[in-house]
Design a protein around this ligand. Structure first.
Ligand SMILES: NC(=O)c1ccc[n+]([C@@H]2O[C@H](COP(=O)([O-])OP(=O)(O)OC[C@H]3O[C@@H](n4cnc5c(N)ncnc54)[C@H](OP(=O)(O)O)[C@@H]3O)[C@@H](O)[C@H]2O)c1
Length: 320
């Protein structure tokens, strides 16, 4: 029997339902994989809690890595035993699953399944943010709100490695102490008053070139105040709650406003190239060491509670 976590209604972490079922063999152009590690992402909590409506019952999770156990007709590029990963396909909270072969990225031998499940979705988001949504240039000043989390911790170090001056914000003293060890230019507390003024004080009041806002409600006003006219506001997420930007004000100041979604920038056509660049930067050490917190698959609710409690840094895994 196969194990999985589904929801039958949206709500608190208690709605995460662990169950067993009989897995059907893969159809044409599909593959059956046994998961070795499952990535937990903030977006999972939004599919669970009703921020995004989903058809019910709903198979939780978007990201995992594991071993190919069976292949359907028409799959040419994979064979049984290959190690693979994917970054956005619903139904990842399971010990085995069937998935379209086109979603899979073949893993290099030196990237473990745990590393892939901890890196891929967050790292491909960081890749899209520094390479596609805005091409980060040496000498630019950028702000990242939510720097301690899975995406933020990769994004700040990637931008720094490209030569940008990086101002990171975090929501507590304990996270500030961690992020201060990453060699960034400034680490500021987003939970203290006058955030925009403190950002401006770091660069002579000229305004920053780019803000990546992963936090939303608690930081967006400061993001807009801290930007220079003609800068870019990349509104990546709403970890603290949804908020709407005043687009007429942004337009009046010539600020480019984007609300990107990773699958708009990473798709079947470029995912192998993007993943190989991500793994190369990781090997070089440009993205720092990967901090992983592990929970059992059946304890997915604990992982979701940890995200809500804002206690973790780095990436969270579920282990089948
Ligand atoms: N647009 C896209 O395609 C895309 C893709 C991936 C992720 N995202 C978004 O990027 C953000 C980060 O994702 P992630 O996977 O890196 O998540 P994560 O590891 O849980 O990080 C979230 C960060 O947000 C901060 N935060 C502020 N207020 C929070 C709150 N009320 N609850 C929880 N966290 C809060 C936390 O840092 P402090 O405690 O230090 O404030 C935490 O480090 C999320 O908003 C997510 O939706 C968007």
């Amino acid at each position: 029997m196969t194990q999985r976590i589904r929801i039958y209604q949206q709500g608190t972490p208690d709605v995460l339902h662990h169950e067993t079922f009989e897995l059907a063999p893969p159809s044409r152009e599909q593959v059956l994989i046994r998961h070795e590690a499952i990535g937990v992402n903030f977006v999972d909590t939004m599919f669970r809690d009703g921020t995004f409506k989903v058809p019910l019952p709903f198979g939780m999770g978007v990201e995992a890595a594991g071993i190919v156990e069976a292949i359907g007709d028409g799959v040419e590029h994979l064979k049984v035993g290959d190690r693979v990963a994917y970054f956005f396909a619903f139904g990842a909270y399971a010990d085995r699953r069937v998935i379209d072969a086109s979603a899979l990225i073949k893993l290099p031998a030196d990237i473990s399944s745990e590393q892939a499940a901890g890196l891929l979705s967050k790292g491909l988001t960081a890749w899209a943010l520094v390479k596609q949504v805005h091409g980060v240039q040496a000498g630019e000043t950028i702000v990242v709100h939510g720097a301690s989390g899975g995406v933020g911790s990769l994004l700040v170090r990637w931008a720094k490695s490209l030569g940008a001056s990086v101002i990171a914000t975090v929501g507590s003293a304990s996270k500030a102490a961690i992020v201060q060890g990453w060699g960034l230019d400034h680490v500021l507390r987003s939970d203290e008053p006058e955030l925009a003024e403190r950002i401006n004080a770091t660069n002579g009041g000229f305004g920053v070139d780019v803000v990546y806002d992963l936090v939303g409600r608690n930081t967006l006003a400061a993001s807009i105040s801290a930007l220079r006219d003609g800068g870019a506001l990349i509104h990546v997420g709403n970890a603290s709650g949804g908020v709407t930007a005043d687009t007429s004000l942004l337009a009046a100041r010539g600020i480019r406003y984007v609300q990107p979604s990773t699958p708009q920038y990473v798709n079947a056509g470029n995912q192998d190239m993007a993943a190989s660049e991500l793994f190369e930067r990781f090997r070089e050490g440009a993205l720092g060491s990967l901090e992983l917190s592990r929970y059992r698959l059946e304890d997915a609710a604990l992982a979701h509670r940890a995200i809500a409690a804002r206690k973790h840094t780095g990436s969270i895994l579920l282990m089948p």
